[in-house]
Design a protein around this ligand. Sequence first.
Ligand code: NAD
Ligand code: WQD
Length: 336
Amino acid sequence: MEAMKILVTGGTGYIGSHTVVELIQSGHEVEILDNLYNSDAGVLLKIAELAGVEPKFYEVDLRDKTALKQVMRDGGYEAVIHFAGLKAVAESVENPLTYYENNVGGTVNLLEAMEEFGVRKLIFSSSATVYGDQEAPFVETMETGRAIANPYGRTKYMIEEIIKDLCKADEGFEATILRYFNPIGAHESGLIGEEPKGIPNNLMPIIMKVATGEMAELLVCGDDYETTDGSAERDYIHVMDLAQGHVAAIAKMQPGVTVYNLGTGRGVSVLEMVKAFEKVSGSPLTYKIVGRRAGDLAVVYADASKAERELGWKATRTVDEAMRDTLKFLGLSARD
Ligand code: NAD
Ligand code: WQD
């Protein structure tokens, strides 16, 4: 494998920090750019503890073109892995312009800076949300952009299109778009994990808040879907599998745009998640069934075969392992 010097935007965030550890351990040199809007610089020391090297850090906002260009000019990077962005679905409905400015505008600035300084390899964090309301399993060849439920999801679709246009205009540009399904879990050391600021919206952080007593109960949104137990199914992927997917992707860059789903290929229901938590923790989880959440699909899971075929990567960790690692990160004990 060819070692590269890589700039990771959003590298102090949840998925970024786990990926940085894996990149360093695979021999890459990594620098991080993040505005710390949704993360903490303290994670840098934890990355150093896990990977043996503390990555150089730039506290820069992607909307600050001058600062961004300075980093790109001085860095001598061969590739950029672009995680930085806002990701709260409900907030994007309330403040769409903030999402377009930050996610779409920030990415345009990043691509401009890359073009100016000759950095022509990009991995972009996209999402299963770009498939809209089609029937699972979602395959990379499916149409995207229709019936996307919220502005956050549309920023991902728009950025994908912008990257495709750039690759048409600049034939030497190499872009890999990774569509993540539902990332969960933490590094097996328990040193790094997901630390959402504010009230969480996603299932796994809510389960954990109920476990710590910070929230009274989990509201299970819908038990009347056409699934085995009536609750909605998602493709929950361990964040370390996801991190390793990036290491596999950076080793196989090619001119033009290549898209991969990163998921497990299997749907797990909300009630199965509750049972997995109870089994791994040995404690009951208080929950109540309520009505469906607006905009939710019944079943979402990946066709994950392309990444396996072309990158030699597949998710190997289970939901139980993700529960165990998250409990460890939160300092809560698992049953064994
Ligand atoms: P995160 O919030 O933990 O990490 C994103 C990081 O980007 C944060 O550290 C934040 O401070 C930084 N950031 C945001 N705007 C910035 C800006 N303008 N300039 C510089 N830094 C900025 O989120 P995450 O869960 O690690 O997600 C990483 C990426 O993966 C995001 O692009 C997200 O949309 C995408 N994604 C996440 C999920 C998920 O469920 N977590 C699913 C699919 C795709
Ligand atoms: C998972 C399941 C809920 C909360 C979102 C984004 C998507 C991607 C991942 C970034 C669903 C159920 C949830 C609760 C519940 N992010 N649930 N009670 O909606 O699949 O995807 O995060 O790209 O774009 O839309 O994830 O974790 O919110 O929900 O029953 O209090 O848990 O109905 O079935 P979702 P989630």
